[in-house]
Design a protein. Structure first.
Length: 110
């Protein structure tokens, strides 16, 4: 047995159980640094509030960016984007065109 193991064994043997653990070995000793439930809930509430504010701020920034892009968009840009989508996906483009035509025909016929 080396010196570290000997010292470790000696320090463990010097520890004496407390009176409460000697009386009832199944009972856990109270932790000296217990935090009240109210404090834990208060801290958790603050953390949740900060996270919610961060998410809200992110959504506001994204919405502002989208509004800015929408205001800068011209009719020509919308037409070009639509034509590019129809070229890329011709099947759904035809279906959407038929549906729009049907709805316009129904609304103008009355």
């Amino acid at each position: 047995m080396n010196d570290e193991q000997h010292n470790l064994g000696a320090s463990q043997s010097q520890q004496t159980p407390t009176a409460s653990s000697a009386e009832n070995p199944n009972q856990a000793e109270p932790v000296p640094h217990e935090v009240p439930v109210e404090e834990v809930l208060r801290v958790a509430g603050v953390d949740v509030r900060k996270a919610a504010e961060a998410v809200c701020r992110t959504f506001q920034e994204e919405a502002a960016e989208r509004v800015k892009r929408l205001r800068e968009t011209t009719v020509g840009d919308l037409i070009d984007g639509t034509l590019n989508l129809v070229k890329k996906y011709p099947g759904p483009g035809v279906v959407i065109a038929v549906l729009i035509g049907f709805m316009l025909g129904r609304s103008l016929s009355k």
